[in-house]
Ligand binder design. Structure first.
Ligand SMILES: Nc1ncnc2c1ncn2[C@@H]1O[C@H](COP(=O)(O)OP(=O)(O)O)[C@@H](O)[C@H]1O
Ligand SMILES: N[C@@H](CCOP(=O)(O)O)C(=O)O
Length: 337
């Protein structure tokens, strides 16, 4: 018998104008305590934490084990190689824009990699993660750690066919294809040590698929230019000391996803309009975290005061929230024996 622990941080993706491009890992960790037996046998899942009442424990329905089984199938292995007990502790809130599904997919790929001794590198494992999550920003940050920019490789027509089965078909084994190799490329970006992430987490779920369904299929040239100009400066502005709060506030503005998603998040527009470095000393930039409804405020001080102001605006919109002040999880996902 042997045991190991998988640890995967949460994430906050997009960071304003970097839709599907930028992400930061957050030091809230989902852990899997894994005990592997000596013989063949069942895979038994147990779970505590956020979503304990809704996350299925059937290995063919749970996203972590489904992802692990998908990776094993890609290596012509059709069940867990040995009996295994997996205890999941998950403090990452589900369906809130803090990357819970991405972290679950990463945990599943790391699990398969260990159980079948696949010896895949983190970047190779990302090919499987990206078949499930399809956008790189949140998962690349959780896997690699820190503040990360990423993109997906352009695919040939043959490779595009591999992407035809939906993630849900791959997970439920209704469809099958292996990932194209080298799908994701990333760079770790500088992060000023005085910057912390204040996440204000509304008490309602918004699935990423619903939040993507309200986005338009095309954008105007001025809106694209607006985001590109800010994105270019943002990648430097968040790494500079001393912090330039006014610059950060301006370059975290977005016209590609937030305006469309505000219909799903009561209070978002007011928060983005009212919360500025002038009105809230210590605040730098503010944006939707991932697909929402969580708000990410980057700040250097006065976290409690900034959070309370946002809680009041959400309350005026009948939304209750809690909040956390977090640093980036610089190490990313890990496995320890
Ligand atoms: N630890 C987990 N174990 C199993 N499934 C999970 C876990 N975390 C997330 N999920 C799945 O991912 C869904 C949420 O994903 P999504 O809508 O993308 O929101 P998020 O912004 O939290 O990633 C959950 O409803 C659940 O199906
Ligand atoms: N770029 C994606 C990021 C989704 O992140 P999540 O944390 O909400 O899963 C998007 O904005 O749709």
């Amino acid at each position: 018998m042997y045991q190991f622990q998988i640890k995967v941080p949460a994430s906050s993706a997009n960071i304003g104008p970097g839709f599907d491009v930028l992400g930061m890992s957050l030091e809230v960790y989902m852990t899997l305590d894994v005990q592997v037996g000596d013989d063949k046998g069942a895979c038994v899942l147990s779970y505590e934490g956020d979503g304990a009442n809704e996350v299925p424990l059937d290995i063919h329905k749970n996203m972590i084990s489904q992802t692990a089984l998908y990776v094993l199938r890609c290596h012509d292995i059709h069940e867990f190689p040995l009996a295994v007990k997996i205890h999941v502790k998950n403090p990452i809130p589900l369906g809130r824009g803090m990357g819970s599904s991405g972290s679950a997919a990463i945990a599943g790929v790391l699990l398969a990699n260990e159980l079948a001794h696949l010896k895949l590198s983190k970047l190779q494992m990302m090919d499987y993660v990206l078949m499930i999550e399809r956008h790189p920003d949140n998962v690349m940050a959780s896997m690699m750690g820190g503040f990360v920019g990423s993109f997906l490789r352009e695919l040939s027509d043959v490779e595009k066919e591999a992407m035809i089965p939906s993630a849900s078909d791959l997970l439920t084994n209704q469809g099958f294809s292996r990932p194209p190799k080298g799908l994701g490329t990333y760079a770790k970006l500088p992060w000023a040590p005085e910057l912390k992430a204040l996440v204000v987490i509304p008490q309602f779920h918004l699935s990423t698929s619903k939040a993507r369904s309200v986005l338009p299929s095309s954008y105007t040239k001025p809106d694209v230019i607006y985001n590109l100009q800010r994105l270019a400066l943002l990648t430097t502005a968040l790494g500079q000391t001393p912090i330039n709060a006014h610059l950060i506030h301006e370059v975290m503005k977005d016209k590609v996803h937030q305006p469309y998603r505000s219909q799903l998040i009561p209070g978002l527009q007011t928060i983005l309009a009212q919360m500025t470095p002038e009105s809230q000393p210590g605040l730098c930039g503010i944006c939707l975290s991932g697909a929402g409804p969580t708000i990410l405020a980057l700040a250097t001080d006065n976290y409690e005061e900034i959070a309370q102001k946002m809680l009041i605006i959400f309350k005026q919109n009948n939304v209750d929230c809690n909040y956390l002040v977090l640093s980036p999880a610089f190490e990313g996902a890990s496995v320890t024996y």
